[in-house]
Design a protein around this ligand. Structure first.
Ligand code: ADP
Ligand code: MG
Length: 366
């Protein structure tokens, strides 16, 4: 239930367009001061949710509370939220300073207050020396920083950002991600950020809400989503994993005609075992032994091997699909591409999940 640490609460939020449902019964409590990211594939409802919060569209059902007060009654500009969306462009005929100052003029702030708040916002995004330039004289990254300063200048309690770095190249994006973290720390306000890029979500967020087909599948820290995904979709979307799909009957899990040991339980008979690369062990061609606890063992052939500095990554083709294995370099066995090896894992190092995806399909492995 929402309490004082909750700044924004979404309850049963639903958005339909004709027969199509863009967002279906989303419940979410946003914590005061957190950096929350909406992560999900294209079309999963992230922008729709942000647009509902911003007041750009109206919900079909459900409610939103900002500090306990209904948000729906307020027009977008009355909500006083900061917005950095890709389509929310800068005013081309105004200088950087005039762009950043604009929301303060709208709010009828006095001139001296405006000047000091505008200076502070431009310093915050490190554009103080660009104050008299026009947007066309700035790079894409600089323009996005101006947009950020304009959204922050009136100190909104919540800043909403929809893929603000999407159009920038990787290096610039990575640098601005660190800048966003710094600005979030310095301001202490609540950030809600949309991205389809899981690495970006991992770098930025205190918590991540994973969207899929108009629903939030799971909300948690990066660690929680990685170590304890609650759905197969989340397990696959965050980080790498080997997934073995199969059937569960009387506590026995079988895949491809083999029985595997599992820990935990699921509701349905179709299940999947998800194993993170660092939880898989690999023998070398000479058959060096796997740890005793790795009781599940499959034979396979090393298809590929990549050095990643401190780690080595193997792709091993097995009768149950491709296994992805990561081994610390100093523990790596002398296995080469083409070698026959064993991969193994302990049941308690794998996650057993319902497999809603293949309820009607024959057993297969990915
Ligand atoms: P995301 O931001 O996660 O990529 P969106 O929230 O933009 O996804 O869209 C969610 C779903 O709603 C998609 O299937 C999209 O096609 C649909 N949708 C979004 N806006 C509209 C609209 N104005 N009219 C009809 N369908 C829409
Ligand atoms: Mg979107």
């Amino acid at each position: 239930m929402a309490d004082d640490s909750t700044i924004l609460s979404l309850q049963g939020l639903t958005k339909r367009y004709g027969d199509a449902t863009a967002l279906e019964h989303v419940d979410l409590d946003v914590q005061r001061g957190e950096f929350l990211t909406f992560l999900g594939p294209s079309g999963s409802g992230k922008t729709t949710t942000l647009n509902l919060i911003a007041g750009f569209i109206e919900a079909s059902e459900g409610s939103m509370l900002l500090d306990g007060a209904p948000l729906e009654k307020l027009q977008a500009h009355e909500r006083n939220l900061g917005v950095v969306f890709q389509h929310y462009a800068l005013f081309p005929h105004m200088t950087v300073r005039a762009n950043v100052e604009f929301p303060l003029k709208q709010r009828k702030m006095s001139k001296p207050e405006r000047v000091s708040a505008t200076d502070a916002a431009m310093e915050m995004v490190r554009l103080g020396s660009y104050a008299e330039r026009f947007p066309r004289q700035l790079s894409g990254g600089q323009q996005q920083r101006v947009a950020l300063a304009r959204a922050l200048v009136y100190r909104p309690p919540i800043l909403l950002m929809d893929e603000p770095l999407g159009a920038l190249d990787k290096k610039l994006r990575e640098w601005l991600q660190l800048e966003l973290r710094r600005i979030h720390r310095e301001l202490g306000s609540t950030f809600i950020y949309v991205t389809h890029d899981q690495e970006e979500a991992l770098v930025l967020s205190d918590r991540i809400a994973v969207f899929n087909e108009g629903r939030i599948e799971q909300i948690g820290t990066a660690h929680e989503l990685y170590d304890a995904p609650e759905t197969l979709f989340v397990g696959r979307f965050i980080g790498e994993a080997t997934v073995i799909q199969g059937t569960l009957a009387q506590g026995r899990f079988s895949a491809g005609g083999r029985e595997l040991q599992v820990a935990g339980s699921i509701a349905s008979q179709r299940g999947a075992v998800l194993i993170r690369p660092e939880n898989l062990h690999i023998s070398d061609a000479a058959g060096t032994s796997l740890p005793e606890r790795a009781v599940n063992r499959i034979e396979g052939t090393i298809e590929d091997m990549v050095y990643l500095g401190p780690e080595r990554k193997y792709n091993v083709t097995t009768e149950l699909g491709v296994a992805i294995v990561r081994v610390p370099e100093r523990e790596a066995a002398a296995a080469r591409i083409g070698d026959r090896v064993l991969v193994g894992w302990a049941p308690e190092d794998a996650v057993l999940l319902d497999d809603a995806e293949s309820q009607d399909e024959p057993v297969r492995a990915i």
